[in-house]
Write a protein that binds this ligand. Structure first.
Ligand SMILES: *Cc1c(COP(=O)(O)O)cnc(C)c1O
Length: 460
């Protein structure tokens, strides 16, 4: 028998297809120069397999598309808003909901409501938009993630966990009253899609509340996090992820959400809270930035698609196929000896560019160079998560030199087949074999905010 274990497959089949343009290596060499070696600046039609992000790139189901036709496009009180509210209450357990156009809309409002100028905002590693909104609101982000998260070779199973000692040290140093709240990202995107355990969030909640500090969940991939708890944490193996998610969320006071990830839609987000006064404030603020509190920058049909996506995403069968597809790609690359962050993340495989291109110094952006090379090799688009994404220290102007210098191969949900994953793995392996030929980059244009989106480079 060829199989070691019973093969798994997706609990859905393909109903509509989108043809892809095939390009030659010569074409792609030209396109990457035009894009300044930044994969964000490529045209999507010139990309064969797009692993840039899992954000908004999901394939919706027939049920979600049917829901789009039932969009109630009233300015106020759309029935789709009430469907979404009911599902957020049922699935996540928060009391009050304000929809937003996407996650950063929620982050902007929550940061402005909760952060007083000069306060600290600890979190289990930064996320780009989250930290920026905290800073714009006058806060200072402090990383309190466990040390294992910074080590791509550590096989610790909950590398997303908060280091309670670091959190407690911060409380002692600045005082609980100078901490606006603590953000728990789950899974932790920048650490490689690494999960947080229930035991950890429970302990964080207890410590935070003892000092009057709120716990804010970045719930963007909390459903995927719940799958890992089911697989890895003692006592949860027989619980459905729906139940685990609800328990997990119960240890937070509020959540910001990018529906573009877990919730199987192309646009949408929300902020959800348990505190009535905070809800009132958010409901006042949303009309300035997003729209009325019953649509928050979304069409009624978008809210319906998100409400339905939420129900589909929380199914155990779906989630197992989602994560195991990512694992499939990781296992293939492992066979070729490719250096990666381990354990594999829920939404992506992260190549360790520091070890992959060990001859290119971090000041020459090895991860950025590897992402560009991968595109030229096979038309696979990925993104840098290293020094370019980390940006500069806002006080000294110096570049952050993060320990993790990664290329993210992010798998969109329900979009690509296992055969696509084979093509990706082959291409990465080929680059790895020829790695000594690779050269670094120099930055020739640097935007002021979130520079990784629009920076331009040249080959050294
Ligand atoms: C994508 C993302 C966000 C921001 O959400 P957008 O919908 O892109 O605005 C926040 N946190 C995490 C962990 C994310 O992955």
């Amino acid at each position: 028998m060829r199989f070691e274990r019973r093969p798994w497959a997706e609990p859905f089949k393909v109903k509509v297809v989108e043809p892809l343009k095939m390009t030659t290596q010569q074409d792609r060499e030209k396109y990457i120069v035009e894009a300044g070696y930044n994969t964000f600046l490529l045209r999507s039609e010139d990309v064969y397999i797009d692993l840039l992000t899992d954000s908004g790139t999901n394939a919706m189901s027939d049920n979600q598309w049917a829901g789009m036709m039932l969009g109630d496009e009233a300015y106020a009180g759309s029935k789709n808003y009430y469907n979404l509210e009911a599902n957020v209450q049922k699935i996540y357990g928060y009391k009050y909901l304000v929809p937003t156009h996407q996650g950063r809309g929620a982050e902007n409002m929550l940061s402005q409501c909760l952060i007083k100028k000069g306060q600290y905002v600890p979190g289990n590693m930064y996320f780009t938009t989250t930290r920026l909104h905290q800073e714009l609101a006058g806060g200072t982000f402090v990383d309190v993630i466990v040390d294992e998260a910074h080590d791509p070779e550590s096989d610790f199973l909950f590398k997303g966990n908060v280091c309670l000692q670091k959190f407690e040290d911060l409380i002692k140093r600045v005082g609980g009253e100078n901490i606006a709240y603590i953000t728990i990202g789950a899974t932790v995107n920048m650490a490689g899609g690494q999960p947080v355990s229930i035991e950890n969030i429970k302990a964080v909640n207890a410590l935070a509340h003892k000092h009057g500090i709120k716990v804010v969940l970045d719930a963007t991939r909390a459903m995927e996090n719940a799958y890992y708890i089911q697989q890895r944490e003692a006592g949860y193996a027989n619980k459905p992820i729906a139940e685990i998610l609800k328990e997990f969320a119960s240890y937070s006071d509020a959540a910001t959400m990018s529906g573009k990830k877990d919730l199987l839609v192309n646009i949408g987000g929300f902020v959800a809270v348990n505190d009535w006064d905070l809800f009132e404030e958010l409901r006042n603020m949303v009309v300035i930035y997003e729209g009325l509190h019953t649509y928050g920058g979304l069409a009624g049909r978008d809210m319906e698609a998100m409400a339905r996506g939420m129900e589909e995403a929380i199914q155990d069968d779906y989630m197992a196929s989602r994560i195991r597809q990512v694992e499939y790609l990781g296992n293939l690359l492992d066979e070729y000896g490719v250096p990666m962050v381990k354990p594999f993340g829920g939404h992506a495989i992260f190549l360790d560019a520091r070890r992959f291109y060990s001859h290119i110094p971090q000041s020459q952006y090895p991860a950025q160079a590897l992402a560009a090379d991968l595109y030229v090799n096979s038309g696979v688009r990925t993104m840098e998560r290293g020094v370019v994404s980390a940006g500069r220290n806002k006080d000294t102007g110096e570049e952050f030199m993060p320990k993790l210098e990664l290329v993210r191969l992010t798998i969109p949900r329900r979009v690509y087949t296992q055969a696509h994953m084979d093509v990706v793995a082959y291409s990465v392996a080929e680059l790895y074999e020829n790695r000594h030929k690779a050269r670094g980059l120099k930055m020739v244009y640097e935007p002021k905010y979130l520079r990784f989106f629009q920076a331009r480079f040249e080959k050294i």
